[in-house]
Design a protein around this ligand. Structure first.
Ligand code: DGL
Length: 257
């Protein structure tokens, strides 16, 4: 018998998943959430596939011991590496993943240029290859690995001159040759949306998978009969594999941005 009050687990390699958590809370404020960020091992996006799969599986086993009622893998990289294995391992539990929001981007920019920013692992895995195959006739899709951007979020460096310099160099080709839309295909990146817009220097549409994942989570809970109907707000608990006071304070700050 599933306890309705049991939390929804939200997992990321670090702090990025907080951008998805915000959408989950917006969509289901009455639910309880248990966030776990594996900042000790971040970034995942430059690690070998097997390692990311093992770390993600370990986090899911931990959540199961905590008695959660669903698991949201709020990380495109961990989803690419482990979602199939997770669903096989926990068939009784709703397991929701993240993928680059290519569909809404292509719909909003028909025959336009769409830039997908993500981690190297996400961009080379099957999940993204399948998405690309599906949508490449509808727009020009360009992919751009941006692994260091993850570290700027992890290290509280969103307002540093180093980030401005990094983005300016990374996005220079797209300043000269503009794009119509940018897919933020890593859950860390929505926190740097303003900085990315500034580095591009022209108006552009942004897309990320957070709100879609939140709607899908709600739909699966409703179907499982485990969605809380009452109106009072639930609780959000932050945990991290590097639980320093600074990191936990950064979790709160990012959550309230
Ligand atoms: N937040 C993760 C994602 O959505 C990746 C960050 C990392 O490389 O650890 O892809």
């Amino acid at each position: 018998m599933i306890d309705l009050q049991a939390p929804i687990a939200v997992f990321d390699s670090g702090m990025g998943g907080i951008s998805v958590l915000r959408e989950l809370v917006r969509c289901m404020p009455q639910e309880n959430f248990l966030f776990f960020g594996d900042s000790l091992h971040a970034p995942y996006g430059v690690r070998p596939l097997d390692e990311v799969r093992a770390l993600t599986m370990q986090a899911a086993e931990h959540f199961l011991k905590c008695g959660v009622k669903a698991i949201v893998i709020a990380c495109n990289t961990a989803t690419s590496a482990a979602i199939t294995d997770l669903r096989q391992r926990f068939p009784e539990l709703p397991v929701i993943g993240l993928e680059p929001a290519l569909k809404p981007a292509v719909l909003a920019c028909p025959n336009g240029r769409v830039l997908v920013m993500a981690t190297p692992l996400t961009l080379r895995e099957h999940k993204f290859a399948a998405l690309l195959e599906h949508y490449q006739s509808q727009a020009e899709i360009l992919s751009l690995p941006a692994p260091r951007l993850v570290e700027f979020v992890e290290q509280d460096g969103l307002h540093s001159p180093a980030l401005t310099a990094y983005l300016s160099a990374l996005l220079a080709p797209f300043r000269e040759n503009p794009v119509d839309g940018v897919v933020l295909g890593c859950t860390h990146f929505p926190f740097a949306q303003e900085q990315i817009a500034q580095a591009l220097g022209y108006p552009v549409k942004f897309f990320d998978g957070g709100a879609g994942a939140a709607r899908e989570t709600r739909r699966l809970l409703l179907r499982a009969g485990t969605l809380i109907e009452r109106a009072e707000p639930g609780q959000v608990v932050f945990t991290n594999s590097e639980p320093t006071p600074e990191r936990l304070a950064l979790c709160q700050r990012l959550f309230h941005l």
